[in-house]
Design a protein around this ligand. Structure first.
Ligand SMILES: C[S@@+](CC[C@H](N)C(=O)[O-])C[C@H]1O[C@@H](n2cnc3c(N)ncnc32)[C@H](O)[C@@H]1O
Length: 395
């Protein structure tokens, strides 16, 4: 985390009717985890950089006459280093602790949250929720508790369960140290702003958000394109019940669907704008090309897809690749490293997009722009909190 990131450190999470209200003890434990995670970044990570560059790498070069070849070779060296071992184990512990402390609040408040989701917000709902109990949940997405969230994305006890959504909403805020804004929506907000700024005459009639989870990144598209009908899909029923209730509570009209993003039920050419935020790094080598192909099928001529995620590995040096890849090893993110090596441009072209209509761009943070921060970013630049990488494909 850079110095600027601290600007957002103290931003409290914005309240809405579905957000858990931690009691005093739970608040203390959650704040501890947030501080613990921030300490790992500011107190330990710089030491790992220094150990590698001042100690481990020069020793390797003296021994072999060359630099470490790639992130795998760096990992083989660093995994023996006591400071790195400390970092890796603290990262894992902090993540498990994070879910533990959020789960306390969710379990205590679950009956009230379920009642709230079931009751709606009075009057006619703004949007809708369509669940499909027959959906075959993709194994790659539910076979592992991604980023250690207990029960994972597919967890659903039925009968109005919202546990997965409640856990995710609070947990992601703590994980991101507030860097994604008070509504955890900076990726979607920045992508929506990017589309508006770059294509001022583009007026999408229908928008689809893929892998919406609880709708963090969906809602900014409602605000950015008020004339459009906004739809969002995910595979998790308990996520979607929560997402629907959260959107209603925030006064936003979204149609949520339980569907697989790689084979939706929507007709060909149904959408002008398709978006996804941090979906790609959680999809398998088989699912990712299928999702990009589905985007091509679903887009109307003249439409575009904008997918926000962290940058591919080609955009950074081997040491930063190695550090980012720690999520693969210590945070149950099995596709995190592999996805960053996939040639997303080639996949898009194979899916039918013309090569000249496929590009990686940087979407500067909408929150930072609102706070007056402006600078140019290079495609692929790793600038967490300052700008987000987007893959843009136009049909
Ligand atoms: C990291 S979360 C996305 C976060 C969300 N887009 C946001 O910005 O807050 C990844 C989501 O993708 C969903 N997902 C993974 N594979 C999917 C698929 N094939 N179809 C629909 N959703 C999928 C998961 O269930 C999970 O909710």
């Amino acid at each position: 985390m850079g110095e600027q990131s601290n600007t957002f450190f103290a931003v409290p999470q914005q309240r809405h009717d579905m957000l858990v209200k931690p009691d005093r003890d739970e608040t203390a434990r959650q704040e501890f985890v947030r501080g613990f995670k921030a300490f790992i970044q500011s107190g330990i990570v710089p030491g790992i950089h220094a150990s590698y560059h001042n100690e481990v790498k020069p020793a390797f070069e003296r021994q072999t006459g060359r630099s470490p070849r790639d992130r795998h070779e760096i990992r083989d060296l660093m995994i023996k280093h006591p400071l790195f071992q400390t970092y890796a184990s603290l990262q894992r512990v902090s993540q498990e602790l994070l879910w533990d402390v959020v789960l306390d609040s969710v379990e205590r408040e679950l009956p009230a949250l379920m009642a709230q989701a079931g009751a709606g917000h009075g009057g006619t709902p703004l949007g809708s929720l369509t669940l499909d109990p027959s959906l075959d949940l993709p194994k790659y997405a539910v076979g592992v508790d991604i980023h250690c969230m207990p029960g994972g994305y597919g967890q659903d006890a039925g009968q109005g369960d919202v546990t997965a959504g409640a856990l995710y909403d609070r947990g992601v805020y703590l994980y991101a140290l507030g860097m994604m804004g008070p509504l955890n929506d900076d990726i979607g907000g920045s992508a929506a702003k990017f589309v508006r700024d770059r294509y001022p005459d583009f007026r999408p009639r229908r928008i689809l958000d893929l892998g919406c989870t609880v709708g963090h990144s969906t809602l900014p598209f409602v605000d950015a394109f008020p004339q459009a009908e906004v739809h969002a899909v995910d595979i998790g029923a308990a996520l979607l019940r929560y997402a629907h209730a959260r959107a209603e509570s925030l006064g936003k009209t979204v149609h949520f669907w339980q569907q697989d993003a790689s084979r939706t039920h929507f007709p060909d050419g149904h959408f002008d704008l398709i978006t996804s935020s941090i979906l790609f790094h959680e999809t398998s080598a088989k699912a990712l090309p299928a999702i990009i192909r589905e985007c091509y099928r679903l887009l109307a001529p003249g439409g575009m897809a904008v997918h926000g995620d962290l940058p591919p590995f080609w955009a950074m040096d081997e040491f930063n690749q190695f550090m980012l890849d720690c999520e693969t090893y210590y945070n149950n993110e099995p596709y995190w490293g592999a996805m960053r090596e996939v040639d997303q441009v080639a996949l898009s072209v194979q899916a039918g997009f013309a090569a000249q209509n496929v590009e990686f761009c940087m979407a500067p943070s909408a929150y930072r722009a609102a706070a007056g921060h402006h600078r140019d970013f290079q495609a692929g630049e790793f600038a967490p909190g300052d700008a987000w990488q987007v893959l843009v494909t136009r049909k």
